[in-house]
Design a binder for this molecule. Sequence first.
Ligand SMILES: Cc1cc2nc3c(=O)[nH]c(=O)nc-3n(C[C@H](O)[C@H](O)[C@H](O)COP(=O)(O)O)c2cc1C
Length: 391
Amino acid sequence: MANAWFETVAEAQRRAKKRLPKSVYGALVAGSERGLTVDDNIAAFGELGFAPHVAGLSDKRELSTTVMGQPISMPVIISPTGVQAVHPDGEVAVARAAAARGVAMSLSSFASKPIEEVAAVNPQTFFQMYWVGSRDVLVQRMERARKAGAVGLIMTLDWSFSQGRDWGSPTIPEKMDFKTMVKFAPEGALHPKWLWEFAKTRRLPDLTTPNLTPPGGAAPTFFGAYGEWMGTPLPTWDDVAWLREQWGGPFMLKGVTRVDDAKRAADAGCTAISVSNHGGNNLDGTPATIRALPAIAEAVGEQIEVLLDGGVRRGSDVVKAVALGARAVLIGRAYLWGLAANGQAGVENVLDILRSGIDSATLGLGRASVHELTPDDVVVPPGFRRDLGAA
Ligand SMILES: Cc1cc2nc3c(=O)[nH]c(=O)nc-3n(C[C@H](O)[C@H](O)[C@H](O)COP(=O)(O)O)c2cc1C
């Protein structure tokens, strides 16, 4: 059997592409419109350089930190994504891998596994919500997550219902029944390893959203839930402050790219923000998050925890983000490729790649700890930054 271990996230992505049916792979690549943002998230990390030392380096490096009160073994946590149909163990496998590597988990409310199962395997689980449904319904979902053991709440606000991408959107069925299986059979037949993972469980890929199940009701389909979202009046800053108050514990606002919004998030009492553009899946043309990070970190970094997500594919990307002011990063596609390539072990593989990359860059920069990284460690070309809403 071929070696299941892979040495970079790029290799995990190649394996995911080979293994997954085209429509599932396409849903993970995602991006929107022209793909400007999804591309810039990656390209921008490539524009940054390092200023390494060669002697007097530290024999040991401290990589651990905390995010929203949770001690983690390195400045990386799992970003919330719905991983329907990628792997039968879905978010439970991701949460197990994260726990095995001392990393916190975030579970999307659009995920394919219930919060109870996920928090049971990773006690450091944050639950992510969108503003979907009435205030009563939001509280009811939030209380369910609290009861299940969620240790923090993430509110994701960057979503403007953009549709379409120039390279074509995958067909995603409303639900997986026999008729749909027959329709998608050719895709499955071309990807026998993927099919076999599901065949072993004797279950079809589940396209429902069990974390949005009303009390006593059935889990809505992905599209059913999306419809409810589209019909929900959009939240105000008062709504954000209200939700944070209802939760009462560590609270992250995900999706901030502007300094003025970051200040409002701090005023609303948020514990943390993630400088995020939804991995380039939202408003296309939003700059790479690593370009927007420095101004935001300078403005609110002393008041609240500033995280970043978008385009992180290597340990050196994590180090660049931390040097420019992020406390930690969230990863999305990197672990999705790992999950697709090799289940839980694949996610552990990705986390190990990141850890060794973070350690290597920290060593090269002559730092004994990720907490010592500063903007001086990074070569920032002129014109790199985008100080949005800073005026
Ligand atoms: C397939 C997919 C599904 C996602 N679903 C969610 C979601 O349900 N909630 C959320 O807050 N973000 C979601 N995101 C955004 C990620 O949490 C994260 O912001 C993004 O993936 C980071 O960029 P990266 O993939 O380049 O690491 C999703 C991203 C992808 C690729």
